[in-house]
Design a binder for this molecule. Structure first.
Ligand SMILES: [Zn+2]
Length: 54
């Protein structure tokens, strides 16, 4: 399972989340409660991207 990094566009809070591939991406920030989370590319999840991109 890849680890996704998220950062909130509203308050700047950052977090990591271990998610299944079938899980929908997180959108709500646990800090400020706004749906402004944006998915980042993390080093720990990079292998998965490399594997997907031929
Ligand atoms: Zn926030």
């Amino acid at each position: 399972m890849p680890i996704y990094e998220y950062q909130c566009g509203g308050c700047g809070h950052a977090l990591e989340s271990l998610q299944k591939l079938s899980d929908p991406p997180l959108t709500d920030c646990p800090e400020c409660g706004k749906p402004t989370l944006q998915k980042q590319i993390s080093a720990s999840g990079f292998w998965w991207l490399v594997w997907r991109w031929p």
